[in-house]
Design a protein around this ligand. Structure first.
Ligand code: SF4
Ligand code: ZN
Length: 365
């Protein structure tokens, strides 16, 4: 498996300009944090290959994303923390897990069947989460059905997955692929790895799956709907083909399409401020879900900040309705939910899809 890394790709590989701009934008804000507190924790429910499950989502604070320090992705408002070296100790990480378990205890009637752990980086990168901590976390959640762990493809490894499947936990690795098109991932998102690296990671997960006695392992791909510099119709086209390509890769069973929202201290924010970016229409999200409903994977979308100017939105009148249809689709995978929603603004969206060109975008706000 190839070994791309933020250090290798930062200099002299055509990404210097994006990184320089992103570093400058990010440096306008510095954050500090308490390493004993998770970044966020919440309860929800999620569609998985094993059905809809009650979930506990944990954003672990692991000292953060190295790629963000180099400059990082154009839409990601993750702010590099001001702690030198940026590593968080085993004890502090386990304290964070305890805080999450207390939150669950206080707010849920029963323990969640599904645990999702994100780090704004890679849970499987041992510089973020060491082997000792990884194994202790696997043991903590040994009684749960399923776990989702976020990682860049570089760090996906059958033995690390085995730490979880060995306890009988079905294990999914969440990879922020963003798009299956290398050119869009490199030039619009400023993310350094290739689709081939994603395919390698899927193959590792498929091997871990075959090696596990009584648990499954697989990949959940996260895609970014409408990165900057694409028109609405280009973004839709890119997303449809990305979902189809991901669903075709063995080992990838779920695709989560995330509509881009405008986060502060990002290049997307600069463009938005200068009338150069509009988040995707919710009609586009619905359209992509309809068009890809028959692929061989679960396809879901959870539009964050829907209905607001900085989030995916239509005309404001119909935003809640379309969002509700999308959430319905997530759980039931039935595209007919979209037949029941309509609004006058569909005509505007259709016109945008037809007429917007990258040299005159966005056509409306
Ligand atoms: S999207 Fe992920 S890889 Fe990119 S800068 Fe943000 S945290 Fe890092
Ligand atoms: Zn509308």
């Amino acid at each position: 498996m190839s070994k791309p890394s933020p250090d290798v790709y930062e200099q002299g590989k055509g990404m210097d300009a994006h990184n320089q701009v992103m570093r400058e934008i990010r440096s306008r804000k510095e954050a500090s944090y308490d390493p004993h507190e998770p970044t966020r924790v919440w309860l929800d429910e999620d569609n998985t290959p094993g059905g809809v499950k009650r979930s506990l989502t944990i954003i672990l604070n692991t000292g953060g994303c190295r790629w963000a320090r180099a400059g990082g992705c154009t839409m990601c408002g993750y702010v590099a923390e001001s702690v030198d070296g940026g590593s968080v100790s085993h004890e502090a990480l386990m304290d964070q897990i305890d805080v999450c378990l207390e939150h669950e205890d206080e707010n849920a009637d029963e323990p969640a069947e599904l645990i999702k752990i994100y780090t704004s980086g890679s849970f499987l990168d041992e510089r973020e989460v060491g082997a000792e901590t990884r194994r202790a976390i696997a043991e903590t959640f040994a009684d749960r059905d399923r776990i989702v762990l976020e990682s860049l493809p570089d760090f996906v490894d059958r033995e690390k997955i085995g730490d979880f499947t060995g306890h009988g936990i079905d294990t999914d690795i969440a990879i922020g692929l963003e798009t299956a098109t290398d050119r869009v991932r490199h030039d619009c998102v400023n993310k350094y790895f290739d689709f081939a690296d994603f395919e390698d990671a899927c193959a590792e997960a498929a091997t871990a799956d075959a090696e596990a006695d009584d648990a499954e392992a697989g990949i959940k791909a996260y895609l970014l709907m409408k990165p900057p510099f694409l028109t609405e119709s280009e973004a839709v086209e890119d997303m449809i083909s990305s979902i189809e390509r991901c669903a075709d890769v063995e080992g990838c069973h779920t695709v989560s399409m995330n509509p881009c929202n405008v986060q502060r201290y990002t290049m997307v924010d600069e463009l938005y401020f200068n009338d150069g970016y509009r988040p995707p229409w919710l009609w586009s999200v619905a359209h992509v879900l309809e068009e890809t409903a028959d692929v061989d994977a679960i396809v879901v979308s959870d539009p964050v900040g829907h209905g607001s100017d900085r989030g995916p939105h239509n005309c404001t009148e119909c935003d809640d309705l379309v969002q509700k249809a999308i959430k319905d689709f997530d759980l039931r995978q039935d595209p007919s939910v979209f037949e029941q929603v309509s609004c006058e603004c569909e005509l505007t969206w259709e016109t945008v899809m037809e007429r917007e060109r990258s040299f005159n975008q966005p056509l409306t706000r």
